[in-house]
Design a protein around this ligand. Structure first.
Ligand SMILES: [Zn+2]
Length: 406
């Protein structure tokens, strides 16, 4: 089977290259924003939006016009790629998968992508990569790149530049081992499995929360754009990157452990919007741990859940397994013993006790068992619906959902 994989390294550009990369990222952002503004106007006037080809024509005009001639200094492919990104953002919006595309801001996820492998040369022996209009760039060669290069993304984060090399290679179809398991995601426990094991949440954020707040306060006291302000800002960014590194590490360790030992993993389709709503609760039923769920913690967890699911999805596929996403319906209120559904079954956050048959268990484990059941049902539905086992890397959850909505 084909395996797509990205390998990411820190770049070590010289001064000229760093300047160029800032310019290229700026040009990509400019093109994206200009095209978005245009599409927005048309949308508001009720006109049909430009297609990708139409936008590319406009891009050529911009590169040729005196006003924006500096765009011609940037490589053309990454600029076209920015238009493609906008196209995708638009179709996600129209398919109701995402909000209306937003304008890109300077310094926030600056990046640009080279889509044409013919223009990219990778010299692993010397730890360098050749990119159009940048020349040979050195990178921190921490591991071997496997497979043939498909595209390359250059990005900036916290003052450092990174290169992500996407490759494709043929690997043997793996044979999954282990059984099926359901997962319940939560705040007190990051993930609880239907077999009773659980993963505690990452608590290092608490330590960072204090230093982050202090750094932010220090920054707010400085004169904006002064040298001291810039220094303080760099400190804030550094703490942010530490937090995200710790989170990434935690998510990878957890998703690897689970995907290695199970052939089928079922997980609830959690929506961030529902999560944020439930944190505060309603007047009748105020939420628990509102503080823990709001603010920094919540932001981290919200991102963590989606990233965790994404990692589980591709890691399971690499190991020959499946991720099954089930709708979150009554998973926390259904008794796994007698099937009785009632909110009264869950008197406290942690404890489940069936009012019908008296079955008792940790509430998260009950949730996980119900998720597993729902996953089994969905899997059976996929097979009987003649939707063969999905190919690795495809969106199993989507295809399954389409077939099962009977
Ligand atoms: Zn019961």
């Amino acid at each position: 089977m084909q395996r797509l994989q990205a390998f990411k390294y820190e770049l070590m550009p010289n001064g000229q290259q760093a300047r160029q990369m800032r310019r290229f990222a700026g040009a990509s952002r400019f093109v994206f924003n200009k095209a978005l503004a245009l599409q927005k106007e048309r949308y508001e006037r009720g006109e049909k939006k430009f297609g990708y080809a139409g936008l590319c024509k406009l891009l050529t005009e911009w590169r040729n016009s005196a006003e924006t001639a500096w765009l011609a200094d940037a490589p053309i492919h990454p600029l076209q790629q920015a238009l493609k990104d906008l196209e995708r953002a638009y179709s996600n919006f129209f398919a109701r998968r995402a909000d209306f595309p937003r304008f890109k801001k300077k310094g926030r996820r600056d990046s640009f992508r080279y889509p044409d492998p013919k223009q990219i040369k990778l010299d692993q022996g010397n730890g360098r990569i050749f990119l159009p209009k940048l020349g040979w760039l050195r990178y921190r060669n921490s591991r071997e790149v496997l497979g043939t290069v498909k595209n390359v993304t250059v990005s900036q984060s916290c003052g450092k530049w990174f290169v992500s090399i996407q490759t494709e290679r043929e690997v043997e179809q793996p044979i999954p081992h282990g059984g099926a398991v359901g997962i319940d995601m939560g705040i007190a426990r990051f993930a609880t499995l239907s077999d009773g094991t659980f993963y505690a949440p990452l608590n290092s954020f608490k330590r960072y929360e204090v230093s982050l707040r202090k750094a932010q306060q220090a920054m707010s006291r400085k004169v904006k754009f002064s040298n001291n302000w810039k220094k303080a800002k760099a400190r804030v960014q550094k703490i942010h990157s530490r937090i995200s590194n710790a989170r990434r590490d935690f998510l990878h360790k957890t998703s690897t452990a689970i995907s290695k030992n199970h052939a089928m993993v079922c997980i609830e389709d959690l929506q961030v919007r529902n999560m944020s709503k439930s944190a505060a609760g309603t007047a009748d039923a105020p939420g628990r741990n509102v503080r823990a769920k709001s603010g920094l913690n919540k932001a981290i967890l919200d991102q963590g859940w989606f990233e965790f699911r994404r990692q589980l999805d591709y890691k399971l596929a690499w190991n020959g397994g499946y991720l099954i996403v089930v709708p979150p319906q009554n998973t926390s209120r259904t008794c796994p013993c007698c099937g009785h559904v009632s909110a009264d079954n869950r008197q406290t956050q942690a404890r489940f006790e069936c009012v019908e048959c008296g079955f008792e268990e940790n509430a998260d484990v009950v949730g996980a068992i119900n998720v597993l059941r729902a996953g089994h049902a969905r899997f059976a539905c996929e097979v009987s619906g003649a939707v063969g086992p999905p190919a690795a890397g495809t969106r199993r959850s989507d295809s399954g959902a389409a077939q099962c909505r009977a």
